[in-house]
Design a protein around this ligand. Structure first.
Ligand code: ACO
Length: 378
């Protein structure tokens, strides 16, 4: 087979066929299984959307109830996993803690038969249920506290927020958080999903698949950008400093965190929904001056960078919502991970249905026929 043209970062190269989600980067459109994200944010819940992504259709109310109950009943983590998390360094990054915890989960639930729908369902439910618990457990234990046990009477979003500080959240705050999860649940073949696909294609277990994806999401060019955005807004400090900050960034050819996207050449539709959520949060819980800085930065960046198709992406406004919810910024990317679990699992399931091992080729740029030089002659 002839080797095709090398595309750095595989830009524009289809890596798979998929019917899970669709992005139109020029129109600013994102659909999950054909349904526009804006519609899901208004009418659906994160768990219903997860079901849609993973099983390909919206559930009946009986199916949704069963899915929710199954997840609720599997939220607890084994004491051995809790003990392991307790031994992590307090200053470990929560994404590293989560990646290690998910990898460890795989030791407790052995590999099953990929043709067995029940095995797939149980692994799916377990990962959706336990990832938030592991994030919250590390957060509590790094502060020297016992982890907060999940509460079966709380929905998915409320329970996660509750496990972070043992306070039942305001219902509006929980609903807004649930919408944030829905918004981040899936996004075609991005870097972490591609990592998941490659790992899945070796027929390893689903915990290894999600572990790979988490490691990939953590980087600042991908999911790690939401934490970096908050650091950037803090560094700017006030609206008056925006112009100088932006000029400095452009002069040094440094990237603005939360801006730009491989696919979107207009404002990311998720950033638009997130901005609406920011307004809702502020109406209810008070304004945050970092939003004024973000708005001014977006305005000035538009003048300087929009001709290159650089606009705010999903990570630009998400941190402002999480901050208002009282979540520390180094947990932001773990929230992205919690939200993306259904997307990764949907791709895992799709990959298994028609698997072929990923094994691309390379353009070799090295030497040939080099004579080995003995160490004393080097
Ligand atoms: N700020 C300033 N300039 C930018 C930015 C940015 N955030 N992003 C891209 N550019 C510029 C580049 O400097 C380059 O300019 P040039 O042609 O003059 O050299 C041009 O746009 C193309 O940039 P690339 O990095 O090649 O584009 P790519 O498609 O690889 O970029 C990426 C995508 C990695 C997301 C990039 O925009 C970026 O690094 N953004 C900041 C990090 C970020 O917010 N990541 C989150 C993305 S969303 C997500 O993963 C969930």
């Amino acid at each position: 087979m002839a080797i095709g043209e090398y595309k750095p970062g595989l830009e524009g190269v289809p890596a798979t066929q998929s019917n899970i989600s669709y992005v139109d980067g020029k129109a600013g459109l994102l659909e999950y299984r054909g349904i526009r994200i804006e519609e899901l944010c208004v009418h659906s819940s994160f768990l219903e959307t997860s079901y849609l992504l993973i099983f390909g259709e919206l559930p009946t109310s009986a199916k949704l109830k069963e899915f929710e109950v199954d997840i609720t009943h599997r939220r607890r983590i084994k004491y051995r996993i809790r003990d392991m998390i307790k031994s992590f360094p307090d200053n470990a990054h929560p994404m590293d803690a989560l990646q290690t915890s998910v990898a460890a989960l795989g030791m407790f639930y052995p590999l099953g038969d990929f043709h067995d729908a029940d095995y797939i369902y149980q692994a799916t439910v377990r990962l959706l249920a336990k990832v938030p618990t592991m994030v919250a457990a590390f957060h509590m234990m790094r502060q020297g506290n016992d982890p907060v046990m999940p509460r079966d009477d709380l929905d998915y979003a409320s329970n996660f927020l509750y496990m972070l500080n043992e306070k039942v959240p305001d219902p509006l705050a929980a609903r807004i958080f649930d919408v944030c999860l829905t918004l981040h649940a899936e996004h075609t073949v991005n870097a972490s999903t591609f990592a998941a696909l490659v790992t899945a294609s070796t027929l390893t277990d689903p915990y290894a698949v999600i572990t790979s994806a988490i490691g990939t999401l953590a980087g600042p060019l991908h999911g790690g950008a939401n934490e970096q955005v908050m650091m950037m807004l803090e560094e700017i400090g006030s609206v008056d400093n925006v112009t100088a900050y932006l000029e400095r960034k452009i002069e040094r050819k440094e990237k603005l965190m939360g801006f730009g996207h491989r696919i979107y050449k207009v404002k990311d539709p998720r950033a638009i929904v997130l901005q609406e959520l920011v307004h809702k949060m502020f109406d209810q819980f008070g304004h945050d001056h970092y939003y004024d800085i973000a708005l001014e930065l977006e305005k000035q960046a538009f003048e300087k960078l929009s001709s290159k198709g650089i606009h705010p992406n999903v990570d630009f406004y998400s941190g402002l919502v999480y901050k208002k919810l009282g979540i520390p910024s180094n947990l932001f990317t773990t929230i992205f991970a919690i939200a993306r679990v259904p997307g990764w699992l949907a791709h895992w399931k799709e990959q298994l249905s028609d698997n072929r091992l990923f094994r691309p080729t390379q353009v070799y740029t090295g030497l040939h026929d080099v004579t080995y030089l003995p160490i004393e002659h080097r």
